[in-house]
Design a protein around this ligand. Sequence first.
Ligand SMILES: NC(=O)c1ccc[n+]([C@@H]2O[C@H](COP(=O)([O-])OP(=O)(O)OC[C@H]3O[C@@H](n4cnc5c(N)ncnc54)[C@H](OP(=O)(O)O)[C@@H]3O)[C@@H](O)[C@H]2O)c1
Length: 267
Amino acid sequence: MHIIITGGSSGIGAAIAKIETQREAKVSIVGRREEPLRGLRAQILARDPSAQINTCVADVTDAAALASAIETCEKAFGPCDRLIAAAGIVEPGELISQDLETFRSQIETNLFGTVNAVRAVYSGMVQRQSGQIVIISSGAGLIGIHGYTAYCASKHALAGFAGALRQEAKPNGITVSICFPPDTETQQLAAELPLRPPAAAAIIGDAKAWPAAQVARMIVRSADRGRFEIYPGLKMALLGRFGALAAPVLRWYFDWKTAGVRRNQND
Ligand SMILES: NC(=O)c1ccc[n+]([C@@H]2O[C@H](COP(=O)([O-])OP(=O)(O)OC[C@H]3O[C@@H](n4cnc5c(N)ncnc54)[C@H](OP(=O)(O)O)[C@@H]3O)[C@@H](O)[C@H]2O)c1
């Protein structure tokens, strides 16, 4: 089994790479920077010299470069059986103060980066009438959060993309899954937290972030079972299943929290 993981050098993607190599899958990890890719490969090989892990440098926003990198991965390890589209970025900031380029780069990476990765493996999967596509969205793909207009837009878009793709892919023997992780202990979260606006922190609360390995285990288990929606934790599951019903109450609660933060700032 050949698994290609975009964003496989760090965080959730890296944790999935570790699990999959332990299960004796052939794993290709894709990222922009060579050093973290090589670092993870060395770490995995140090634990198990027989692990089959390949690295490919590519930026997911560059469709042609990504397609060529994935072609190289497939030449080495065979056709892609499972794509994990985990590459993603976040830069919180209120719309009023966020420049268009910062906004656009989150959409380009999170939405188009995923679309580019899917397009690179999809026609092969259709020809073979088999394959799995796993998309990593976010809890921010289930609800709007103050200070995350770009990130929420990109992650909500992935939910729509995955829902439509699932219908197109199923008759071709391809399963699609989408995961909505909560805060997870990764480099992305460490960089994000200092930039998180106080209103967002009040809304999101101070629940302990999930270990990346735990989220990864749940993604792998759910993908094995061909589940469409993957919700790590009760909060995400409730938001995913009942968020639309609860939206008026949630909006009231978020507004109340935001007003409280503003009051404190003005005191
Ligand atoms: N951590 C959380 O709290 C959390 C919560 C919900 C959802 N998520 C989502 O989970 C996914 C993984 O995030 P993470 O927290 O594991 O982040 P992370 O530790 O920062 O890892 C991100 C990975 O994506 C790669 N990447 C970023 N931009 C890329 C690009 N343009 N082209 C190719 N690779 C790129 C990074 O490598 P390079 O920098 O070398 O390219 C790295 O391997 C993301 O989609 C994120 O939005 C995270």
